[in-house]
Write a protein that binds this ligand. Structure first.
Ligand code: CGF
Length: 833
C-alpha cells in the first residue's frame, strides 16, 4: 500500500497508532474524555444527550480503527468489490446496533450505569438516520449490515440529505409534515474534505475531428457543483470488517460566495448561487413507489452517480490494470432505476475521456452493472422527459440515443419486420414530449436483472419486461428474494426473545446463520418454553401499550389481540380495506347482545405510516383511521373489545418496538402489486402471525412456515385483470358488508362524510382498482378465523414457535450471498481483528 510516511519513520507511527478500547474501564475513560474535551462538558453539566454523545463518539473511534484496518485489508487483497448504489439508506439508529454488532453491549451498559446513566435512555437520544422512504431504503440498510457481517468488500454510495424523510405530526386527525433536520449532531459520519468531485450540469457538446479522423465529443460550458464525501462506518456482526457508506453532499465549487457579486453589493444573489448548489443534496423526495419527474430529482441522480463513478474509477485506476479488467474488479448494483445514469456516465468516461472504442466500452459497461427492480406499478416506473434531460445533460442524451440505436439495430436484425416490437422496447417512448424509459435503459445496460421475490420476478418476466426476455433470453432475469438482518430485527429489537432462543440453541450462532433457528421446532410443544415465549410477547405488548398511553392517551389492554399494519400509506397496500374492516367489526359489535359481546376476542387495531405529501387519497385514509379511532375508542358499549390507534411518525426505531409486540400483522396488498414486502418477514421473525394476500414474499413465507400458520385470503394475481375488467364494465355489485361500511361513513358516524367522499368514489365510480370489494368478504371471514385461533393460546404459541424456527431463509445474509455468487462474483476478504 502506498504511504505518505517515509519507510524509516513508520515504526514511530505504528508505536503510537490508535488502539481500541476493549474493557469497561477503557470504554468509560473514552466516554468521559469525549464529554470533557470534544463536547467541553463536565461532571456538573452532563445531561443524557451529552452522555449519549460521549458514548457514541467513543464507539465511533472504535469503529474507525476497524474501518481503517478493513480498507487496508481490502486494498491489499485487491479483489473484486461491489458498489451498492442507492438513493436511499434508511439506517435508523446506530449506537445500539454498533454495540451489539461488536458484542460489547453488556459492559457498555454497566459502564454508563456507573457513570450515572441508563443505556436505554442514551439510546433514545439518538435521532434516526431517515434517509429513505420505506422498504427500498431499509433493504439497502439491511444489505449493508449483511455485506459487512459476511466480510464482503463492499461500499454503499448515496446522498447525504440535509433533510431526511419528513416527520409526521397528526393534528386534528390529519397528517402534517414537519422537516427532519437531523444533522445537528451526527457522530456517525465524518467529512472527507480531501475527497471532492466537480460535477457539471447544463452546457453544450462540442464535437471535433482528431487528426486520425476520429470524432471526439467534449461536454463543456456548464454549471459546476462540488460533491464532498461523508463516510459512515458500517460494522459487521462477529467480524472486524467495517465497511464504508459514502454519502455525497453538494456545495458550490468556487468557494463560499461569488466575491465579485458580493463586493458589488449583490449580496443576495451571491448567497442564492451558493444555496442553489446546496439544494441538490438538501432534501429526500418523500415518495415511495411513485415517480414525480422533477428536474431537481434528476440533478440529484446525476450528481450522486457521477461523484460515485468518479470515485470508483479513481480507485480502479490506482491498480494500473487494463480497462478490460474493470468488470473483474468492480460490480455495481443499481438499487432500482434511480442510479441508471451510471450506465451512461461510465460510457461517457470510457469513450469521451479514456478514448476507448464504443464496443469495448459497451462490453465493459454491460459486464459491470446489475439492476434490481422493486415494482411493477406503472406509476412508479421512472421516465424522464427528453427536453428536460437534453437541457440538463446534453452529452448523456446523445449517448442514450446511441445506446438505443445500436440496441434497436440488433433487435431488428434478430426480429426483422417486427416494427411494433421496436417501438415497444425502444428506450425512447414516442409520447409528447418524448420520454426516456429508465428501466429499459437499466435492462439493456446490465448483465443481470433481478426481482425481489419469486412472484414479483415471474411477473416482471411475463408483464412489463416480457419483450426483453424474448430479446435477451430468460437467463438475464433472475430472482433474489429480499431478506432482513436478524441482528437489528431480532437481537436488537427483541433482546429477550433473542436471549431465550440462545438459551435453547446453546449460542448466538443463529444470528450469523439463521437456518439454525430450525433447532427451535422441537420445543414447540414444550409447555414451559411456550410460557416463556408468550410471556416475552406479553411484555413487549405491555411496553407498546405504555407507549400508546404516553403518546396518545389511549388505554389498551395488553391481553387483547394486537393487530398491526405499519408501512407507507398507499392505496395498493390497502390500509383503507383494513379500516373498513375495523368499521365492520365495530358495527357487528354494536349489533351484539351483552352476552355475545362477552365471547368476543378483544382487539387493538394499530396503524402507522406516512403518506407522500402530495398523495391526497393516502392522507384521506389516515384521516379516516383517526376519525374511526375517535369514535370507537370513546364508545362505552365497546370498551376494550376494540381500540383503534394511529402511531404518529412511523420510522425504523418505532418499527423496532412494534414488530416484537404484534400478535397479527397485516400484509394485504392487491395480489400482484407488492413486490416483496420486508416487514412481513420482521413480524413473523418476532413471533407474530400474519394475515395477508398471495402477494410478494407472503407466498414464500407460506411455503417455508406452512399454510396452517398464515391467514391467507383474497383473489390471486392471475385473476386481477379480469376482475378489474368486470369493474370497468359495471358488472360487480359492491360486497354487502362493504356497502354497510360505506353507508355508515356517509351517514356521518365518523364526522363530515364529504371528507371521505374520495375513498367511497374510488370504490364505486372509480372502478375499485385495488379490488377492495372483491376481497372484502374473504378478508372479514379470515379475521374471524384469526379470532378463533387466538383463543387457543397453546396452539397459537406452537404455531408462532414453529413459524420462527422456519424463518431462516429470510435473512438478508442469504440474499447477499445469492447476489455475491450469482450476480457480482465476489468473495469475502478476511480482516484481522
Ligand atoms: O421495495 C418497495 C418498497 N415500497 O420500497 N419498492 N419500491 N419502490 C416495494 O414496494 C416492496 O414490496 C419491497 O419490499 C421493497 C424492497 O424491495
Amino acid at each position: 500500500i502506498e504511504s505518505s510516511i517515509p519507510a524509516p519513520l513508520r515504526d514511530t507511527w505504528k508505536k503510537f497508532a490508535a488502539t481500541e478500547f476493549s474493557t469497561k474501564e477503557e470504554f468509560q475513560r473514552e466516554v468521559v474524555r469525549h464529554v470533557e474535551t470534544t463536547l467541553a462538558r463536565s461532571l456538573y453539566n452532563c445531561d443524557e444527550l451529552a452522555a449519549y454523545s460521549g458514548a457514541a463518539l467513543a464507539m465511533r473511534d472504535k469503529l474507525i480503527i476497524d474501518w481503517n484496518k478493513t480498507q487496508q485489508a481490502h486494498t491489499l487483497a485487491d479483489q473484486k468489490r461491489v458498489y451498492y448504489l442507492s438513493l436511499e439508506f434508511l439506517m435508523g439508529r446506530t449506537l445500539d446496533n454498533a454495540l451489539l454488532n461488536r458484542d460489547i453491549k453488556d459492559y457498555a451498559v454497566e459502564g454508563v450505569s456507573e457513570l450515572g446513566f441508563r443505556m436505554e435512555d442514551l439510546i433514545d437520544q439518538e435521532h434516526d438516520a431517515a434517509l429513505g422512504n420505506g422498504g427500498l431504503g431499509r433493504l439497502a440498510a439491511c444489505f449493508l449490515d449483511s455485506l459487512a457481517s459476511l466480510s464482503y468488500p463492499a461500499w454503499g454510495y448515496g446522498l447525504r440529505y440535509r433533510y431526511g424523510i419528513f416527520k409526521q405530526e397528526i393534528i386534528d386527525g390529519y397528517q402534517v409534515e414537519v422537516p427532519d433536520y437531523w444533522l445537528d449532531f451526527n457522530p456517525w459520519e465524518f467529512p472527507r474534505h480531501d475527497i471532492t468531485v466537480d460535477i457539471m450540469f447544463y452546457g453544450y457538446v462540442r464535437r471535433y475531428t482528431e487528426d486520425d479522423g476520429s470524432t471526439v465529443n467534449i461536454w463543456e460550458g456548464g454549471e459546476v457543483v462540488q460533491a464532498l464525501a461523508y463516510d459512515v462506518p458500517i460494522p459487521g456482526y462477529g467480524t472486524s470488517t467495517t465497511n464504508n457508506l459514502r454519502l455525497w453532499s453538494s456545495k458550490p465549487s468556487t468557494g463560499e460566495f461569488d466575491f465579485q457579486k458580493f463586493n458589488s453589493g449583490d449580496y443576495e444573489s451571491s448567497v442564492r448561487d451558493q444555496q442553489r448548489a446546496e439544494t441538490i443534496s438538501a432534501v429526500l423526495y418523500p415518495n415511495d413507489n411513485i415517480d414525480v419527474g422533477k428536474e431537481l430529482r434528476l440533478k440529484q441522480q446525476y450528481f450522486w452517480v457521477a461523484a460515485s463513478l468518479y470515485d470508483i474509477v479513481r480507485r480502479f485506476k490506482k491498480s494500473h490494470r487494463a480497462w478490460t479488467e474493470f468488470p473483474h474488479q468492480v460490480a455495481i448494483q443499481l438499487n432500482d432505476t434511480h442510479p441508471t445514469l451510471a450506465i451512461v456516465e461510465l460510457m461517457r468516461i470510457l469513450v469521451d475521456k479514456e478514448h476507448l472504442d464504443w464496443d469495448t466500452a459497451w462490453n465493459i459497461t454491460t459486464e459491470t452493472f446489475g439492476y434490481t427492480n422493486h415494482t411493477v406499478l406503472p406509476e412508479a416506473l421512472e421516465k424522464w422527459s427528453v427536453p428536460l434531460f437534453q437541457n440538463l445533460l446534453p452529452r448523456h442524451l446523445q449517448i442514450i440515443y446511441d445506446i438505443n440505436l445500436f440496441f434497436l439495430q440488433s433487435v431488428e436484425r434478430r426480429f426483422p419486420k417486427d416494427r411494433e416490437l421496436l417501438s415497444r422496447v425502444s428506450i425512447i417512448e414516442e409520447s409528447n414530449p418524448q420520454v426516456i424509459r429508465m428501466a429499459y435503459l437499466a435492462i439493456i445496460g446490465s448483465k443481470k436483472v433481478n426481482g425481489v421475490a419469486e412472484l414479483h420476478s415471474d411477473l416482471i418476466k411475463t408483464t412489463i419486461f416480457k419483450d426483453f426476455v424474448k430479446i435477451f433470453g430468460p437467463d438475464k432475469f433472475t430472482n433474489v428474494t429480499n431478506g432482513v438482518t436478524p441482528r437489528r430485527w431480532l437481537h436488537q429489537a427483541n433482546p429477550q426473545l433473542s436471549a431465550l432462543i440462545k438459551e435453547k440453541l446453546g449460542s448466538y450462532d443463529f444470528l450469523k446463520d439463521l437456518s439454525l433457528l430450525s433447532g427451535l421446532e422441537k420445543f414447540a410443544d414444550d409447555k414451559s418454553f411456550q410460557k416463556e415465549w408468550m410471556d416475552i410477547k406479553f411484555r413487549n405488548k405491555q411496553r407498546l401499550a405504555k407507549y400508546i398511553k404516553d403518546t396518545t392517551g389511549i388505554s389498551v389492554n395488553p391481553s387483547a389481540l394486537f393487530d398491526i399494519q405499519v408501512k407507507r400509506i398507499h392505496e395498493y397496500k390497502r390500509q383503507q380495506m383494513n379500516i373498513f374492516g375495523v368499521i365492520s367489526r365495530y358495527l357487528s359489535l354494536k349489533a351484539m347482545t351483552k352476552e355475545e359481546r362477552a365471547k368476543q376476542v378483544p382487539r387493538v387495531s394499530i396503524f402507522g405510516g406516512k403518506a407522500a405529501p402530495g398523495y391526497w387519497m393516502a392522507k384521506t385514509i389516515i384521516r379516516l383511521i383517526t376519525a374511526v379511532s375517535e369514535v370507537v375508542n370513546n364508545d362505552v358499549d365497546i370498551g376494550d373489545l376494540l381500540k383503534v390507534v394511529f402511531i404518529e411518525d412511523y420510522n425504523v426505531s418505532k418499527a423496532e418496538f412494534l414488530c416484537p409486540a404484534s400478535d397479527l400483522s397485516e400484509h394485504i396488498s392487491t395480489a400482484g402489486t407488492e413486490a416483496s414486502g420486508t416487514s412481513n418477514m420482521k413480524f413473523v421473525l418476532n413471533g407474530g402471525l400474519i394475515i395477508g394476500t398471495c402477494d410478494g414474499a407472503n407466498i414464500e413465507i407460506t411455503r417455508e412456515i406452512g399454510e396452517e400458520r398464515i391467514f391467507l385470503f383474497g383473489n390471486l394475481a392471475e385473476d386481477v385483470e379480469d376482475l378489474r375488467h368486470a369493474h370497468r364494465y359495471g358488472k360487480t355489485p359492491m360486497d354487502p358488508a362493504l356497502k354497510e361500511v360505506c353507508d355508515e361513513i356517509q351517514k356521518g358516524t365518523f364526522g363530515e362524510p364529504g371528507v371521505f367522499a374520495g375513498l367511497i368514489h374510488a370504490l364505486t365510480e372509480g372502478g375499485d382498482y385495488y379490488l377492495v370489494s372483491d376481497d372484502f368478504a374473504s378478508y372479514l371471514s379470515t379475521h374471524k378465523l384469526v379470532d378463533e385461533a387466538f383463543k387457543d393460546t397453546a396452539a397459537w404459541a406452537h404455531n408462532t414457535i414453529v413459524a420462527v424456527s422456519r424463518m431462516g431463509f429470510f435473512t438478508s445474509d442469504r440474499a447477499i450471498n445469492e447476489y455475491a455468487d450469482e450476480i457480482w462474483n465476489i468473495d469475502p476478504v478476511k480482516v484481522d481483528g
